[in-house]
Design a protein around this ligand. Structure first.
Ligand code: GTP
Ligand code: MG
Length: 451
């Protein structure tokens, strides 16, 4: 059996939940960093990835040192608290092997919590609920880094009662959604019951329990799905296209299947359709480092799933963030067709009576579209990339003056487009790095126009 076990790949763990409930903080705690404090408005705008090796997890949990561990570590994916998770796809399914749904114990379930659960149910992804911010419960006595049961025993009766009440409210809500849940220490069968782990990202309480449950889940119930995936050509999803000094445009990729090596031929979706190129170099972020903010990378000859890796190759400048990446071995046309099909699944609903939106990634574009749809604001054109002259000319043709605008999320204005804005004064371009603020700025302007 040991030969088979040696082949288990790193599980991909998505961290989901409502805005501000503490997803990034949880990962910060695990990797001992502070990504939250470097984020614009402390809101995660992009999907990031961090590899946490098993040794690091072991170091955090004394009880883990006793159990035999076969997974090499966990690849955590941080997601923004808005809808972009739906774009984290792999071959039409979910990219994540497992998930952590983060719920603020003081706020309970919120719209995005429910949405995350519905997505997980749809994809049949196993998950754990992290009931976080327990240190904020009024009167909480902190026992730094303690396992949950140790710290729970230190709390007074009122707090213990409050915790139980909250816990059963959450169990009830999850039951309404069709999930069977229990506090992790009361779970008998992890295949039938979903574990709830109370934690605090600020004090470290319960974090070791959470990691233990995740590792246990991966080893017991996912050995098969994780066992086979390291041979074969590399398959991945592009998170971002980024300019790197000395390398030109590069791709941040989550490799979820197979092996990717320097010299491999790969296919990707670009603004000009499917392209073929050759991997020139592969750069890995150091373990415990978020790929989004890492500055020092290690050059490697090849990477094995699952990994976050930066790919440098010729002709990447027009690759679309969110695109599939496929290593080519054999039939090229079949691979190209697969990529085209996957791209068509990405859904942005366009209407005639609407405005123009631009964003830096497909995920962001989808998220922005979704938010606009919720506010009943139509979208007439949606594209990835900087705001161009063409976008402004398109916006100019819009009949409804309240829609004659461009919303630019996390993407700049090209110089010729900036000139047009200056000259005509009629064209309105809203730029921003926070989706909600961008939409609010537009709504404020629209209300002023109506007066
Ligand atoms: P988005 O990326 O915007 O969806 O938010 P997020 O879920 O990543 O939340 P984030 O980690 O940015 O935390 C939001 C706020 O909650 C920050 O001010 C954190 O400091 C705070 N916070 C997160 N976890 C804890 C916790 O365990 N205890 C306390 N007291 N505060 C927390
Ligand atoms: Mg975040």
């Amino acid at each position: 059996k040991s030969a088979k076990i040696a082949k288990i790949r790193t599980p991909i763990v998505c961290v989901l939940g409502h805005v501000d409930h503490g997803k990034t903080s949880l990962l910060d705690r695990i990797r001992g960093s502070s990504v939250v404090s470097s984020e614009a408005g402390a809101i995660t705008q992009h999907i990031g990835a961090t590899l946490v090796p098993i040794e690091a997890i072991r170091a955090m949990s004394t009880s883990m040192q006793k159990i035999p561990v076969t997974v090499p570590g966990l690849l955590f994916i941080d997601t923004p608290g808005h809808h972009a998770f739906t774009t984290l796809r792999a071959r039409g399914g979910a990219l994540a092997d497992m998930a952590i749904v983060v719920v603020d114990i003081n706020e309970g379930f919120q719209p995005q919590t429910i949405e995350a659960l519905q997505i997980l149910r749809g994809c049949k992804t196993p998950f754990v609920v992290a009931l976080t911010k327990i240190d904020r419960v009024h009167g909480w006595r902190v026992v730094e880094n303690a396992p949950f049961l140790t710290t729970f025993a230190q709390q007074n009766e009122r707090i213990q009662e409050f915790m139980e009440t909250r816990h059963y409210e959450i169990v009830g809500k999850l039951s309404d959604l069709g999930f069977n849940c229990e506090r992790f220490d009361r779970v008998q069968d992890f295949a039938r019951n979903i574990a709830i782990v109370p934690i605090s990202a600020h004090t470290g309480e319960g974090i070791a329990d959470l990691l233990m449950v995740m590792i246990g889940l991966a080893q017991r119930y996912m050995e098969q799905s994780l066992a086979m995936s390291v041979d074969g050509p590399g398959c991945g999803t592009v998170l971002e296209v980024k300019e790197e000094r000395g390398l030109g445009p590069t791709l941040d990729v989550i490799l979820y299947d197979g092996t990717l090596s320097v010299g491999d031929e790969i296919m990707l979706a670009s603004e000009d359709g499917v392209i073929t190129t050759k991997v020139r170099s592969l750069l890995k972020p150091r373990p415990m480092k978020e790929i989004l903010t890492e500055e020092r990378f290690e050059r490697v000859k090849s990477v094995v799933a699952a990994s976050g890796v930066k790919v440098a190759a010729p002709n990447l400048d027009r690759v679309i963030a969110g695109s599939p990446l496929r290593g080519v071995r054999g039939d090229r046309e079949a691979v190209a067709t697969q990529i085209r099909q996957e791209m068509e699944e990405i859904h942005v609903k366009l209407v005639e009576d609407g405005l123009v939106i631009k964003a830096d990634t497909i995920g962001a574009l989808e998220a922005l579209c979704q938010e606009l749809e919720n506010k009943e604001i139509g979208v007439m054109r949606a594209a990835v990339g900087p705001v161009s002259r063409h976008d402004l000319i398109t916006a100019e043709t819009i009949k409804n003056p309240l829609y004659k605008v461009v919303l630019a999320f996390n993407t700049p204005l090209l110089p010729d487009a900036a000139d047009i804005v200056k000259e005509t004064k009629q064209m309105k371009v809203f730029s921003g790095r926070v989706i909600y603020q961008l939409i609010d700025a537009y709504l404020l302007w629209r209300d002023q126009q109506k007066r």
